[in-house]
Ligand binder design. Structure first.
Ligand SMILES: *Cc1c(COP(=O)(O)O)cnc(C)c1O
Length: 378
């Protein structure tokens, strides 16, 4: 019943399946959008968006990724310990101890404030290795980043100094997945101005990067020397019309109990659902502690035998209840698809995200550690 043909290796029959061949294919799709000299950074932060950081990184590299992006130095070190030698960039802010770890493991850090310069210098002194840095400019995201207009000679002089290996210049778009291209174009112009100013100083670093998944697909003028692709690598659409990428993860469980009940039967904590007709109530061993969000109570569907069925009553920590019409066949041991395809039906991460007013990123990164990941390849 399970996509890998095994049913018992995890004990509890709840698990996520990651088709790493599709990650490689999605990376290769992005690689084809670039010129041969442009680099593809696979963003594998947060354990590869919940897909498994190391497995994802290796698959993306098979598909042509030559850089890896993480949020924390610790995530980069896990990749290094797995024997991965390609350049790794910490995209998020780093604490002094994290900068020291990055220097020790030759992992690039993102910097944007003088406090980090001081921390980096201390780490360089300790480890006797230069700090590999990417200067991040805020061109309109309003998050981390040196305000683009604050870039000046002092920064250039410092980053060209002996303590640093100035590898990159970056920015990040706030609205490249939205309907209005104007904010992205404005950010791009500010970034281009900064690059122009650095050119005048003869101080343009090797890697210039700005684009996430959405910008890479929609704005070829943002590719520069490298793009940073996360979401789409996992086959998740950065905007509804995105094409060319294939879904990667599915999440399954099994029917563990079926009970036929009459109309008027109350279901779950708080009895938020009452049957309106004779119904088969199906128990499935997955709950909010697994990342099957309580916000989906009485709203989400699952697939059993290729058909959609509604999750009813409040989702518990470790269980959900599904209502199956009295006339539909269902039995203990049937596969339950929480995310992914069964026959012609599909439950997408985008669909589940919409049920809680969120985005697909939060659905996949929210599938908890308690759900074992299995890796499928052709
Ligand atoms: C997470 C992240 C990305 C990847 O964004 P996606 O939308 O997942 O492609 C790119 N750049 C930075 C700085 C990030 O933090």
């Amino acid at each position: 019943m399970r996509p890998d043909g095994e049913s018992e290796h995890h004990g509890r029959p709840t698990g996520a399946f990651v088709d790493v061949a599709k990650i490689a294919a999605n990376a290769a799709y992005f690689k084809r959008l670039l010129s041969p000299s442009q680099q593809l950074m696979a963003v594998v932060k947060a354990d590869g968006y919940g897909h498994g950081g190391i497995e994802t990184a290796k698959a993306a590299m098979r598909g042509g990724a030559t850089w890896l992006g993480v949020a924390l130095a610790e995530e980069g070190i896990e990749l290094r310990k797995a024997g991965i030698g390609v350049p790794i960039l910490v995209l998020g802010p780093s604490h002094p101890s994290q900068i020291a770890l990055a220097v020790a493991h030759e992992i690039d850090v993102t910097i944007f404030d003088w406090s980090q310069i001081a921390w980096a210098k201390a780490a360089v002194l300790t480890h006797q290795k230069p700090c590999r840095v990417h200067l991040k400019l805020d061109t309109g995201m309003g998050r981390i980043g040196l305000p683009a207009e604050h870039l000046n000679e002092a920064w250039v002089e410092t980053l060209k100094g002996p303590d640093f290996n100035w590898v990159g210049l970056s920015t990040h778009f706030a609205s490249s997945d939205g309907n209005d291209p104007e904010p992205t174009k404005k950010q791009l112009l500010r970034f281009l101005d900064a690059i122009e100013w650095l050119r005048g100083q003869d101080a343009v670093p090797v890697q210039i990067h700005a684009a996430n998944s959405a910008a890479t697909l929609r704005f070829p003028g943002t590719h520069f020397t490298m793009v940073r692709v996360g979401l789409a690598l996992y086959g998740l659409k950065p905007y509804p019309a995105a094409t060319g990428i294939q879904a990667v993860m599915s999440w399954h469980s099994e029917v563990v109990y079926v009970k036929s009940v009459p109309a008027g039967f109350r279901v779950g904590y708080g009895a938020t659902y009452v049957t309106s007709e004779p119904t088969k109530l199906v128990s499935v061993p997955v709950g909010y502690a697994d990342g099957y969000r309580r916000a989906w109570s009485n709203r989400s569907d699952v697939l059993i035998r290729g058909r959609r069925h509604r999750v009813v009553g409040n989702i518990s920590m470790d269980q959900i209840t599904v209502a199956v019409r009295d006339q539909d066949p269902v039995a203990v041991g049937d596969q339950v698809t929480l995310l992914g395809c069964d026959g012609d039906e599909e439950i997408s991460a985008e669909e589940l995200a919409a049920l809680m007013d969120s985005i697909a990123y939060e659905v996949v990164t929210g599938i908890s550690k308690r759900v074992p990941r299995s890796y499928l390849s052709d």
